[in-house]
Design a protein around this ligand. Structure first.
Ligand SMILES: C[S@@+](CC[C@H](N)C(=O)[O-])C[C@H]1O[C@@H](n2cnc3c(N)ncnc32)[C@H](O)[C@@H]1O
Length: 319
């Protein structure tokens, strides 16, 4: 498998160090099946300069316009955002970003609520415990692999008790639609996937989007790649991955995570592991080791670079 630092149509993974607009300029029209990202929230995190909100929206618009240009007609864009906070007042970013997508004629399919258990404890409002994913498609004719992401039925043996289907299973034996409320732990201190990045995606969040909204061999693009979570989720499922990250230390961590994945040593929280419940005595589901179907041919070279990413043994794991 080929890893490239610039756009290369024959690569399996492109990790671009720099501004996403510079990478986007290299990408041809209508190439990518899925764009999935979590942009900076304009909160003054170490990787961003806090902008006036109009300037922030203008900057986002430039990236979104380019993301639409590179998207295939059957493709999807998933923009994962929370709140911008201004002088104690919250401004939901999905609300103020929606008009940009609508003006580009994208069609909103779901506003997915990502609910998680951990975060800051607020004292002057209720503590925030969800963010959202806006899922847009470019056309009415879009790819949606629902069967790939079905979740177990609550009562799998339940049958119709009357009518023409009497005696037949009433639920889909492949499982149920996962709905638009997703309960997935966020990556905080003790999460098995934690790196130095302050707000990385959990891999399982992106796996569900990759499986549902792309096919094997498709390109998956993340303009704000962080520590490479989107690339890991895409490569695990035989997609091709591409993304940009402006902070060199996060690009380095992304490469190190890919190297661990290539060796079969990257641990992630498995999709479908139940949420931790102290009252549930069932044995915990162990972490999953990521395996890539192909060797990342150029990655062994990275071993010579100095590691900045703590080994998985150094990261304490939650049950
Ligand atoms: C919310 S984080 C995304 C984290 C990512 N989802 C992950 O799992 O690691 C946003 C990232 O965008 C990066 N960033 C900010 N401006 C950028 C730009 N113009 N081009 C590329 N990356 C940028 C930041 O350094 C930060 O790592």
């Amino acid at each position: 498998m080929l890893l490239s630092p610039d756009f290369d149509s024959s690569a399996d993974c492109v990790l671009y160090e720099g501004d996403c607009l510079a990478l986007l300029k290299q990408v041809p029209d209508a190439l990518v099946q899925l764009v999935v990202t979590s942009p900076p929230y304009n909160l003054g995190k170490p990787y961003e300069n806090r902008l006036e909100i109009e300037d922030y929206l203008a900057q986002q618009q430039r990236v979104i316009e380019e993301a639409v240009r590179i998207l295939r007609p059957q493709g999807s864009i998933c923009w994962q955002v929370g709140n911008y906070v201004d002088n104690g007042e919250i401004i939901p970013l999905d609300v103020i970003l929606y008009p940009i997508f609508a003006s580009l004629k994208l069609q909103l399919r779901n506003r997915i609520v990502w609910h998680f258990g951990h975060g800051l404890h607020a004292s002057k409002r209720f503590s925030g415990r969800y963010e959202v994913i806006l899922w847009f498609t470019k056309s009415q004719d879009y790819l949606f692999n629902l069967d790939a992401v079905r979740t177990p039925q609550k009562y799998p043996q339940k049958k119709h008790f009357k009518g023409p289907k009497k005696g037949e299973l009433s639920g889909n034996p492949l499982g149920k639609n996962p709905s638009d409320i997703w309960e997935i732990p966020n990556v905080k201190a003790n999460h098995v996937e934690k790196t130095a990045h302050p707000c990385q995606f959990p891999v399982e969040l992106i796996e569900r989007l990759v499986l549902a909204l792309s096919d094997e061999g498709d390109w998956v693009f993340d303009p704000f790649m962080g520590v490479g979570t989107t690339a890991i989720a895409a490569l695990m499922h035989q997609r091709r991955a591409m993304g940009a990250e402006i902070m060199p230390e996060y690009v380095q961590i992304a490469k190190e995570r890919l190297l661990l994945a290539e060796k079969g040593q990257l641990r992630i929280r498995p999709m479908g592991r139940p949420i931790y419940d102290p009252n549930n005595i069932a044995p915990p589901v162990p972490p999953q080791m990521v395996t890539l179907q192909h060797d990342l041919a150029q990655l062994p070279l990275l071993e010579e670079e100095q590691a900045t990413y703590p080994s998985q043994q150094e990261i304490e794991e939650t049950p």
